[in-house]
Design a protein around this ligand. Structure first.
Ligand code: FAD
Length: 578
């Protein structure tokens, strides 16, 4: 837990876990203020859970949620009222501590000088210089409606939103091609996750520490890291707004903010996740629970669910199931376990060529396949899952299933700040060309990874091929030229059909098979030991030491000989030559 003391009576922290409330109490804090609205991200306990835990620990708890980038004067009044009402020392938190710090600063504006406030927050690691006009305005006015006074905080040639697989690979790829380029990454998290490893954590092959690195260790050294979350895209002014209201301007923007795991779409799921036999490999801290449940189950009913697509790594819901079955078979328990796969979609896998190899395992493990069945509600206490079933005639009915173990893949959407932005298409995804990954409306914006509109498999494998394409096209855009590098839709899904064997699906746009290796080395249409070796021993190295470091093995972008269209010439002229 990283706490920054701003005054003797007031400290801030990034997102706390429920466990950390106990640590805060042990350190003498009397009051906890939660400034983060519920449901902002998947790694966040609810306010009700915080209230309950605080009560058990004898801590005062207050919920003053503020929307990132939109801290109003009313929010400040509410926050100040809480500070005046509660016992200190107070520990306030939000996603990064930035909103809590900003609220504290604004709440002190009528008592302390702007310089003193900025110095106090600076010492705690938060730079609020851009807030000075608003602090001064508040100091000199009783009402002080100065919420639009935020200044430009920083300017960079290239600004990348998101320090996940896509953001870091692109930064590295840009800097490999131009080591002096001014690149900033805006990323709120202190940790970077190798999410493809979570399937192996849930299958008892990796421990979760192998899938996590400090962000600072994976960021390229030359990159400026802005440790904050973006709340708004302002493509017409070539700026993004951060959650504390500050703005960052760019010549070219690369958006790679990933996908939103929308646990709330299934009623009762969040309340029971991690308990009552309900788990998900889609969460870093939950994957070890999957493995615990697998080992403990000796008989009964195990349900595995898949929501409507698109989702990231569409094979992951069934990978968890096959690894569980493989273990139960080895332990001679599988005959006592009724395994069911409830899929909101109508097929086992989106590319038909791989289905025969998967069906061999479905039959071997005697898995019951239930298509067009969408998980809509979980009653953890009673261990009952509810499904909306679409019949062959197209009508809908609700069916329920009891369970001893339930592995859930959550519903997924574009992140809210993307969905509600001018960058989004009608479905909410960042609207880019499937080939050049250039935004269809804003010529100086590119996007890659899970948040884009492109119809490839949303995987890190796709990002590996997309990053060099975006890097090349970004450098061309900086020179006022049209994009020339193209992406072929490659994505890969290593389906862990048993411990020690994988069906290695590799395909591009339209389901075209794009194997990386000759058939005699790895035949992707059959389960193979070599593909497992690749997944367990080689792919983590390819991710951390190749992809994130721009060693672009088998990822050289295809280049078009291309004359810019009138539209492209106009767009670059107006958006990059400011
Ligand atoms: P991410 O890597 O998720 O990164 C997004 C980043 O954006 C995060 O760091 C986040 O903190 C940041 N961010 C979010 N909001 C903001 C904001 N407001 N401002 C700034 N930054 C923000 N892929 C494979 O290739 N093979 C596999 O076998 C595989 N298996 C998987 C199994 C599981 C269980 C899961 C969950 C995923 C799997 N994947 C697999 C998918 C792969 O991990 C993703 O496709 C990949 O990480 C996408 O990269 P990204 O950069 O788009 O998103």
């Amino acid at each position: 837990m990283d706490i920054s003391k701003i005054s003797p009576a007031f400290s801030v922290a990034g997102q706390l876990s429920l466990k950390e409330l106990g640590l805060a109490s042990a350190q003498g804090y009397k009051t906890i203020i939660n400034n983060r609205p519920d449901g902002e991200s998947d790694d966040q306990p609810t306010s009700a859970e915080f209230a309950q835990t605080a009560k058990e620990l004898g801590l005062e708890y207050r919920y003053v949620p503020v929307v990132s980038g939109q801290i109003t004067d009313d929010n400040v009044v509410d926050f100040k009222a809480v500070l005046d009402d509660v016992m200190g020392p107070v520990l306030a938190f939000c996603r990064t501590g930035s909103r809590s710090t900003t609220l504290w600063a604004l709440s002190q504006a009528q008592g302390l000088s702007a310089e003193a406030i900025v110095a106090a927050t600076e010492a705690a690691g938060y730079n609020l210089t851009s807030l000075i006009p608003r602090l001064n305005a508040l100091a000199s006015s009783d009402k002080g409606d100065s919420s639009n006074n935020s200044m430009i905080f920083a300017r960079h040639s290239v600004v990348i939103v998101g320090g996940g697989a896509g953001g870091i690979s692109t930064a590295a790829s840009l800097l490999k091609r131009d080591p002096n380029l001014d690149v900033a990454i805006i990323e709120p998290s202190e940790s970077h996750y190798y999410q493809p490893g979570w399937t192996l954590v849930g299958g008892g092959v990796f421990n979760r520490a192998q899938t996590k690195r400090a962000m600072v260790d994976v960021l390229p050294k030359q990159v400026s890291w802005i440790r904050a979350a973006v709340s708004k895209f302002n493509p017409d002014s070539n700026e993004v707004t951060l959650e504390n209201g500050e703005r960052v301007s760019y010549k070219v923007l690369v958006a790679a903010p990933g996908i939103k795991l929308d646990w709330g779409q299934v009623e009762g799921l969040e309340q029971t996740l991690g308990r009552n036999g309900v788990t998900s490999n889609y969460k870093f801290d939950m994957a070890p629970y999957t493995w615990e449940l697998i080992q403990d189950l000796r008989g009964g009913k195990a349900l595995f669910t898949q929501p409507p697509i698109p989702i990231k790594c569409a094979g992951a819901p069934q990978k968890a199931m096959y690894l569980a079955c493989s273990y139960w078979l080895k332990k001679h328990d599988l005959k006592n376990i009724d395994v069911q796969f409830h899929n909101a979609g109508g097929v086992l896998f989106g590319v038909a060529d791989y289905i025969p190899a998967l069906m061999e395992y479905v039959n071997k493990y005697r898995i019951k396949l239930c298509f067009n069945e969408k998980l809509i509600k979980v009653d953890g206490g009673k261990r009952i899952a509810y499904f909306e079933v679409t019949t062959e005639e197209g009508s809908k009915k609700i069916e329920q299933q009891s369970f001893d173990m339930l592995h859930v893949c959550p519903n997924q959407t574009a992140p809210d700040f993307v969905r509600n932005s001018p960058l989004a298409n009608n479905e909410g995804w960042i609207d880019v060309s499937p080939e050049t990954l250039q935004h269809n409306k804003f010529g100086n914006i590119f996007a890659l990874g899970d948040a884009t509109s492109t119809p490839n498999a949303k995987t890190a494998a796709a990002v590996r091929l997309q990053a060099p394409v975006v890097a090349v096209n970004t450098l061309l855009a900086l020179q006022g030229k049209a994009p020339r590098a193209v992406y072929n839709g490659y994505g890969s899904c290593p389906l862990t059909v048993e411990r020690g064997k994988i069906v290695l699906a590799e395909f591009g746009y339209g389901g075209k098979l794009l194997p990386s290796f000759p058939k005699f080395m790895v035949n992707g249409l059959k389960a193979s030991r070599r593909a497992w070796f690749l997944k367990e021993k080689i792919l983590p190295t390819i991710y951390f030491d190749y992809m994130l470091k721009a060693r672009e093995w088998l990822a050289k972008p295809e280049m078009l000989q291309h004359t810019p269209t009138d539209y492209e010439a106009r767009t670059f002229d107006s958006s990059t030559k400011k």
